[in-house]
Design a protein around this ligand. Sequence first.
Ligand code: CA
Ligand code: CA
Length: 536
Amino acid sequence: MVKWWKGSTFYEIYMPSFKDSNGDGIGDFSGIISKLDYLKGLGVGGIWLTPFYPSPKVDNGYDISNYYAIDSDYGKMEDFELFIREAHKRDLRVIADLVLNHTSSEHPWFQQSKSSKDNPKRDWYIWRDKPNNWESFFGGTAWEYDKTTNQYYYHAFAKEQVDLNWANPEVKCAMFDVMKFWLEKGVDGFRLDVINFLKVNDLFSDNPYENGEQTHLFDKDQEGILSVISEIADFVHQYPDKFLVGEVGSEDLEILKQYSGLRMLDVVFNFNIGSIGEFDAKTLFQQLTATEDAYNKEQVPTLFFSSHDMSRHISRFGGDKGRAKLIATLMLMAKGVPFLYFGDEIGMRDWITDDISKMKDVQGIMGYQLALQAGKSHEEALLSANEKSRDKSRTPMQWNAQANVGFTDGKPWITIPKNANQVTVEEQLDNPASMLSFYKSLLKLRKKHVALQVGNYKLLRFKDGMIYFVRTNQAEKIVVALNFSEQAVSLKVEEGMKLLLSTKRTSFEGKNVLTVLANEAIILKGDISNDLIKEG
Ligand SMILES: [Ca+2]
Ligand SMILES: [Ca+2]
């Protein structure tokens, strides 16, 4: 029996930006419910919701002030429960984003902790008389002075996101209670935020520097982290069929591979593949191969190229729609669990601001301030802020030409310029040549062919700018060729292969030479009993 998540494609919904139902410009649960049929029609099997808990939203919900409720921007608990029922009715699973590493500074636990040195919650957070040199991942020192008790508290991210002390078993128990609560509400698992940050070095040793940049040697991936994660995994997996995906903030496969597998997380995000910056087919191929080599039989990679934390891949990789289709084919046909980011399916692009007052993301704003402090001009600081800001991929879902304005506090935040790049669901829905229709075709294929869900690679190769692979299971063999180059590339295949999908042609004559056209993505189905594709 194939585990449900191995056959699923996930769809990330960035809560504030997906679908607003009451005209305040902020996405909400009623809005998402109204689009469940759209998601079902698209063909995804799981939904990942970014945090929906009450939060001051210094970091857009990744600063939780109450783990047991729904933020009023998104609705009420009844709306959430209705959402879960309606999603399950359509066979859509739901995973909730959960932040175990830190709470909002407004969380009552922290309010109690900071009230006095002998408060029972004091040790739930990390307090020191003197800071060490650790830097926040958003820039600046990771220690904030608190005058009430004349000590410093530790925050790996913004100062309003206070790191919990996972060395304290009470913290673990409190978080297990939180997980139990949401599992019993019906969520099908969790996406665990910055999960390799739960432990810090006991001795608080200073981090080293390399080329002027701090190396985060002692504030993540510390001793004991794997056993904590194993306990979390065992706890969640007591409930049948629950799924865990971890955000392990690293592109290093040697680190990533430690966190998934038996009695660990089911999968982690493979930033080694997903966050490649400039497009390069060879680098992409090398990362796919390296992952395949590094992982054991129990481990499956994840496939994604966009998220609420990074630039949208269509923009990052040069803006070309043909290339975006090749990337889509890779995401949905290669071995791994795909995570689409909302708007990927219509080719939504990055948004860059020329007005710093419109920037919402704490990471971008910090980048701006630090650049100014370093003596940069306003223009240079804005450039640096736009690079760091994650607002670029957080603009509202472009359902139609009207849905191009984002609001914050009741005021218009952004307007997507009306130009050739403005894509909408409305204009793509009934257009067979659209990006949306292409994604639907891919998702349909993935659902139909078990080899595309769980099949291993019989072959994974690179030739003249083309990535190609063969995936098989007992009954099927599927050949996928992705020609990222500007020249046709030929391959020897067995005779009689059948065309499943191509971005450039509607038929294939079944000869034993396949000439893959420039920028073509092509998928063929063969007979498992025949010889496999040959190199040629
Ligand atoms: Ca709303
Ligand atoms: Ca931590």
